[in-house]
Design a protein around this ligand. Sequence first.
Ligand SMILES: [Zn+2]
Length: 366
Amino acid sequence: MKTSLSVGKIMGIPIKLHITFLFILPVIAYFFAFSNVNIMGFPLGFGGVKSLLIKCVFGTLAAILFFGCILIHELGHSYVALRHQAKIKSITLLIFGGVASMEETPKDPGIECGIAIAGPLVSLLIGFLSGFIFFLLSYLNLFITLQTLFSILSFYNIMLAGFNILPAFPMDGGRVLRAFLATKMGYMDATKKAAGVGKAFAVFMGVLGFFLLPGGIWFLLIAFIIYIAASEEEKSTLVSVTLEGIRVKDLMTESVVTVSPEMSVSDFVDFMLKTKHMGYPVFDGSLLGIVTLNDVRKIPVENRISTRVKEIMTKNVIAVKPETSAVEALKLMARSNIGRLLVIKDNRVVGIVSRTDLIRSIQILQ
Ligand SMILES: [Zn+2]
C-alpha cells in the first residue's frame, strides 16, 4: 500500500507526506485557530482573535509553517549528511514529525554526531529568530496576530529541539549518545547501550503516561514509538555490522536444482521431498520463474496431477549478482516480501540464497 505522497524535491531529495500527516495537519490548524493557551508569556493560539476568517487563515498558516520548520529540521540533517557523501533516500513528514531516511548510517562517530545535532540546532535557530521577532513586535505593540504567529513558531521550534535531544532512539539525542559511546567501545556495543537507554526511557514515559491518563495517552503513544524504534535500530545495526563485507556468493547454495515447467505439481511435490530444498528455479533453456512450497499449497491435492509447474510458478523473478552485499540482499527480500533470491551471473543461475541462509550466518558470526 502506498502510504505517502511525493510533493517534490529539495537538494535532490524527494520530499514525501505520510498519510498520517494529512490527518494531523487540519487537527493542528484547528488547535492553533481556536485555542487560547498562553505558556510563559507565549500566546499559542488565535482563540482571542474576533474574526473567524482570520482565526482560520492564521491557524492554517501556523500549522503549515510549523511543519515547514520540521522539514527544515530534516533538511538540516540531510545537508550535513550530503556533505559527508551519505546518501539520503527521502524525507517523510509523519504524524509526530519528520524522518530523513539514509541509505546507510555512517559508522564514523564524528560524522554521525554532526548529522544528528544539525537538526536540533536548526530548530533552535528558527526558535530564537522567531522569538526575537515576537518580542520586537510586542515591544513595538504592532500586528498582534503576527505576534502570535511568531510566538507559536518560537515556542514549538524550541520544544522540537528539546524533544529531539532526548537521548533515545529515534530521537537525534539517541544518535548523539551512540556516537559518543562509539568512541569508547565497539559500534555494536554502543548501539546496544544506546538502545537500552532508549528503551528504559520509553518504559519511564509509558508509566508516566499511564498515571496521567487520559491526557497521558500522548506519552503512551510516544513511549511506544520510541520502544519500537530503539529495538529496530538495534536489530538493523546488528545485521549490518555482522554482515559487513559479506557478499551473496559467500552464502549462496551453489548446487541449484532446477525443474521443468511441464512437470506436474504432484511430481514436483515428490521431487521436493527427495531434494529437500524450499524453492526451485523453473528452467527450460532459459529461466522462466521460481516455484516454492507456498505456490504448491495454493493448489488443492486433487488438482495437483493435472496442474503443471508453469501454472503455479512466480514469473517475476527477483535476482541478485554474486557480488551483491548480503545486507543489500536481505533488504531486497524484506522489501519484496520473498524468502529467496536467485543469484545470476552472465544470464546463468549460479546459486540461490535464502533468508534462512542469511539469518543463520548472522547467528553464527555474531
Ligand atoms: Zn532530527
